[in-house]
Design a protein around this ligand. Structure first.
Ligand code: SF4
Length: 218
């Protein structure tokens, strides 16, 4: 179905998919817990190669202890490493978080910047993290391509690549920017609850008839 599908047909199908997912998941939200742009920035850096559930456990105590960029910037690195150890790659993550917070202080007045161009200059911050912060903290359109978006966009035949940047730009062509943030929240929630990696629940999936990869049709 997807191989010969025109861009406009794909766009139309995606619109229906999002409408259905919006009905199925009225409570869809980002999986990371946060109360400020700084917290989401840190949580997203920690989420690389780690589950949201694990990150949320770690950040519960981390955010109670470190409240401002200066707290991370001046902490002994060994202490910071220990605090994020269970998220994996902890030495690198602690180093990036500390450097990122020093940049926030030195270059952005201690505030998290609100443009993609500025965000990606921060240590440990790529397009995924930047878009996640823009969309969830500032309501600025940004397509966050995480593991769920990558997997499901391919399963749905919307893209045919594992490259996150190529996926982001391909989705931009078939989805207007006013639905980018909604797309992320819905698709990520769909990936956590129904289209689960290695065991998708196709028979109960609300977009079963619109998915070329459905293992069971309604
Ligand atoms: S039909 Fe199956 S593979 Fe397709 S989106 Fe639904 S759960 Fe995923």
């Amino acid at each position: 179905m997807a191989r010969r599908e025109s861009q406009s047909a794909k766009s139309q199908r995606l619109g229906i998919i999002l409408d259905r997912l919006a009905v199925a998941y009225p409570d869809a939200r980002v999986g990371l817990d946060f109360t400020s742009p700084l917290e989401l920035l840190i949580a997203t850096i920690l989420s690389a190669q780690c589950t949201d559930e694990r990150v949320n456990i770690v950040t519960k105590s981390l955010f109670a202890r470190y409240r401002q960029p200066v707290d991370y910037a001046t902490a002994p690195i060994e202490e910071l490493e220990e605090s994020v150890r269970s998220t994996g790659f902890y030495k690198n993550k602690a180093k990036n978080i500390q450097q990122c917070c020093r940049q926030l202080i030195d270059q952005f007045g201690g505030e998290v910047p609100q443009t993609l161009e500025e965000l990606v200059t921060l240590a440990g911050v790529g397009r995924k993290t930047a878009n996640c912060v823009l969309s969830n903290c500032f309501d600025i359109p940004g397509l966050t391509v995480d593991t769920h978006v990558t997997r499901i966009s391919n399963l749905l035949g919307l893209v045919s690549t594992q490259d996150a940047v190529k996926i982001e730009f391909a989705l931009m062509k078939i989805l207007t920017s006013d639905r980018w943030n909604e797309f992320d929240r819905l698709v990520i929630t769909h990936g956590r609850r129904t289209c689960i990696a290695r065991r998708p629940q196709c028979s109960g999936c609300p977009i079963n008839d619109l998915c070329p990869s459905a293992q069971e049709k309604p």
